[in-house]
Design a protein around this ligand. Structure first.
Ligand code: FE
Ligand code: FE
Length: 206
């Protein structure tokens, strides 16, 4: 029990130096560019803070944050190959928008290569780019932490999402989803149906 408590950092405030975290860090460090690595540290810390505020499991939020972009630094071609190899379910939009595949592939890698078994963590990774209808609190936390972590470069809407994040996470989600949808539409990108479903879901809740 003592080892278990130590390994998963139970009963400590700091999630950042458990053996599991150190192991994950070592692995993702070799998978990611320095900039992407810094981003994942930022997302993990931000997710932990949000989890504390909203009463979600801080350690799970930290782990999900660390792993959310683990598949991000493969080339689109490598991502498609890995998706095939790992039998990641593909849909037409993913072929058209390879940038979206890293979340679906990332969830699969988190399970296969990092030994994550918690479905909520895996889904938080899987839906961190598109969102989806009926998101869990952990999924929202990782989605928003990804948008606002301190290393994020400026983009239109960042300030609003940062403010809303610590007031009302559902309002932050609605704003962020709408913001991304408008941005990608303006860029002529195909929007994934999951993102529309997510936005409708948050609009209905009002
Ligand atoms: Fe991502
Ligand atoms: Fe990210």
């Amino acid at each position: 029990v003592e080892q278990y408590i130590y390994k998963f950092g139970l009963y400590t405030d700091d999630s950042s130096n458990t053996p599991q975290v150190m192991e994950i860090n070592k692995k993702i460090h070799s998978l990611l560019t320095p900039k992407r690595f810094r981003h994942t540290q930022g997302v993990a810390e931000e997710a932990q803070k949000l989890a504390k505020l909203y009463g979600e499991d801080e350690y799970k939020a930290y782990i999900a944050g660390l792993l959310h972009d683990c598949a991000k630094c493969f080339t689109p071609h490598e991502q498609l190959q890995l998706c095939e190899k790992y039998s990641v379910e593909m849909d037409p939009v993913l072929y058209e928008q390879p940038a979206l595949t890293h979340s679906f592939l990332g969830a699969k890698m988190a399970e296969r290569d990092f030994g994550i078994t918690d479905d909520d963590i895996l889904n938080a990774i899987k839906y961190h780019t598109t969102g989806r209808a009926g998101m869990s609190l952990l999924e929202k936390i990782v989605y928003i932490a990804d948008c606002i972590e301190p290393n994020r470069e400026y983009y239109s809407g960042l300030k609003e999402i940062r403010e809303l994040a610590y007031i009302d996470i559902d309002k932050a989600m609605k704003f962020a989803l709408k913001n991304t949808l408008e941005y990608n539409t303006a860029k002529g990108r195909v929007i994934h149906p999951l993102s529309y479903e997510a936005l409708y879901d948050f609009e209905e809740e009002e």
